[in-house]
Write a protein that binds this ligand. Structure first.
Ligand code: ATP
Ligand code: MG
Length: 584
């Protein structure tokens, strides 16, 4: 395929990190995950439990009085919890669950906003040996019912308002035995059902002393439904042993240090919000900021400034949203505390990195992983140069490859299926109730990720697109990402989504949907200019043949562009599963 590089390379002197390729190679040769297991605490009876590694381990030691969570509510409320506080609250909630007959392997789901009780509940569930299933609080009734039904959840923890939103689904859920209602600060006046249990009352009666269930490293801990970008969401199930990889990636990829103030903007309803909004920072004993509210550039900058956030983990959509508001807003805040920024979830357009250099005076480090992988597998590291548009290199201990259509490895430079050698600690163990789908992901000894990529001579991986989204135009295989990245380099373009449109001659032609920045009008002249702009950056065969202007692009609730929906709409086909579609 045509190779695409941003034309706006930043001067290297502005990239803070120094390349250190030999150290990486050395570590890759000698590293074993089994060595990292020695850094974990383990349970007194020999088991492994994520809640113990994240909470009790620190609460029982020198960090007991260190803040674990700094919380800001959507109305400006502030609360702080030390690791000792977290131990107490999670112990109480584990006792509450025990009292309700919850035990090893039971599914307990949470449908809550980003409030402290959500975090207490998840770790209480883990302490009780049950499986936690956090749901995104913006879901409507259907996605919640589907997930509770599929998982056979026994308990749901929610709030009066969210309960009201899904009131009619309870009759369809015979396995759901209890609903626990958290009424944060008593601020919610929505009535609840007489059979519902009140969190505050249960917690007031519960003992804080709880002996964490002696789960083995192989026991299930958390399940997450995937984002639904390519089809119906699947319930990926993870084990307690995933903590070893969440811990080490927190250290090596997020570069967490004991005195950091870390902020992960993802919601616990998505895997980033648990693996990196709970497990990685707290297994490293780091203080994290949790913000209940949504995305707004000025609020976000204010939070960074007020709490002196040092490490930030966010997503390309959020970065593009910040870009939309421009560097003028950024320059009004003191963001000098920020020393390291990471991004995941979608390809990070080179333009976004260039913007980050201007706005934050540092490169945004992209990394790649999936709900199924449980933790970061490919990353740009603090010690190495950032190759703009690359996802980086495999974590030591991880073997990644590019395979051809028969699942055999391809040499560097060629595009194919991105695959990982199975057996990494945070690998999902199954899709709940869907073993066939799970088994279909493994071919010739590889886990097939469903993404296409290529690798360069130095081992850096370059994302091309989801296998389903790759466009075949006149014999070229075109990844939507390179076309979208070229388009958003134009000053008028805020976001772009690219699909292949069937064509009798070329098989497919490239079609782009473009959302404009404020202040730009969708005129025919601009359309022509963009077509020309893209042709100049990409070869004529790869550049879009058609451009449609749209107000916004359809996205999953985890903020991923749903190209399959753009395509279905373009072709007048059924939209398929839209349970995770963000309101448009
Ligand atoms: P579904 O599997 O239900 O279709 P999904 O794949 O979007 O949804 P997730 O597990 O949340 O669900 O997302 C993982 C996917 O996100 C990856 O397979 C990849 O396509 C994309 N992704 C994640 N990080 C990156 C990245 N750094 N660069 C490019 N793509 C990424
Ligand atoms: Mg997927």
């Amino acid at each position: 395929m045509a190779s695409y590089q941003t034309t706006k390379k930043p001067p290297l002197s502005r990239v803070k990190v120094r390349p250190n390729l030999t150290g990486y190679e050395r570590t890759r040769k000698t590293f074993r995950f089994t060595d990292v297991y020695k850094e974990l605490d383990w349970l007194p009876d020999g088991g492994l439990n994520k809640a113990h590694e994240c909470i009790d381990r620190h609460a029982n030691g020198a960090s007991a009085n260190k803040p674990a969570m700094i919380w800001e509510g959507k109305n400006g409320e502030q609360e702080r919890y030390t690791f000792a506080d977290m131990k107490r609250e999670t112990g109480k909630f584990a006792n509450v669950l025990r009292g309700l007959g919850v035990g090893r392997g039971d599914r307990v789901f949470t449908f809550l906003d980003r409030i402290p009780e959500h975090y207490f509940a998840v770790f209480g569930i883990l302490k009780a040996g049950a499986i936690a299933g956090p749901l995104f609080s913006a879901f409507g009734p259907d996605p919640v019912r589907d997930r509770l039904l599929d998982s056979g959840a026994k308990v749901l923890v929610t709030s009066p308002e969210l309960r009201g939103r899904i009131a009619h689904i309870f009759k369809d859920l015979p396995e759901l035995k209890h609903v626990i209602i958290v009424n944060k600060l008593g601020r919610d006046k929505t009535p609840i059902a007489p059979t519902d249990l009140r969190y505050e009352e249960l917690m007031a009666k519960a003992s804080a002393e709880f002996k964490t269930d002696n789960t083995s490293m192989f026991d299930y801990s958390i399940m997450h439904y995937t984002s639904g970008t390519t089809g119906k969401p699947k319930g990926a199930v993870h084990r307690h042993m995933a903590i070893v990889q969440q811990y080490i990636t927190g250290k090596w990829v997020l570069d967490l240090h004991p005195d950091d103030i870390y902020w992960c903007t993802a919601d616990p309803g998505w895997v980033t919000g648990t693996s990196y909004g709970m497990l990685a920072p707290w297994s490293n004993g780091v203080t994290q900021l949790i913000y209940e509210g949504g995305i707004r550039a000025s609020t976000w900058y204010e939070l960074v400034q007020r709490h002196k956030v040092t490490v930030w983990y966010t997503a390309p959509t959020a970065v593009r949203m910040l870009m939309r508001s421009g560097t003028r807003v950024t320059s009004q805040y003191d963001l000098s505390s920020l020393r390291y920024i990471n991004s995941v979830g979608e390809p990070l357009n080179p333009e976004a990195i260039v913007w980050g250099l201007e706005a934050f005076k540092q490169a945004i480090h992209d990394n790649w992983w999936q709900t199924e992988t449980g933790a970061i597998l490919i990353a740009n590291y603090a010690f190495q140069e950032v190759r703009h548009g690359s996802m980086g290199r495999p974590l030591p201990g991880i073997e990644a490859a590019i395979l051809d259509r028969s699942y055999n490895p391809l040499p560097p430079g060629q595009q194919g299926y991105l695959a990982i050698r199975p057996g990494w600690p945070s690998m999902f163990h199954t899709y709940w109730n869907n073993a066939d789908m799970y088994n279909s992901k493994f071919k010739k000894g590889w886990y097939i990720t469903g993404d296409e990529a290529r690798v360069d001579e130095d081992g850096f991986f370059w994302f091309v697109g989801r296998a389903d989204d790759v466009i075949n135009t006149a014999g070229h295989l075109v990844g939507p990402f390179e076309v979208e990245s070229a388009l958003i380099e134009h000053p008028a373009v805020a976001e772009a989504g690219v699909i292949g449109k069937p064509d009798p001659i070329a098989m497919e032609v490239v079609k782009a949907f473009v959302a404009l920045k404020d202040g730009y009008e969708p005129t025919d002249r601009l359309r022509q200019e963009l077509l020309r702009f893209a042709r100049e950056k990409l070869s004529a065969g790869v550049a879009p043949r058609e451009i449609d202007f749209v107000k916004s692009l359809p996205k999953t609730r985890s903020s991923k562009i749903m190209r399959r929906l753009l395509k279905a709409r373009e072709l007048g086909l059924p939209e398929g599963d839209t349970s995770t579609l963000e309101e448009e």
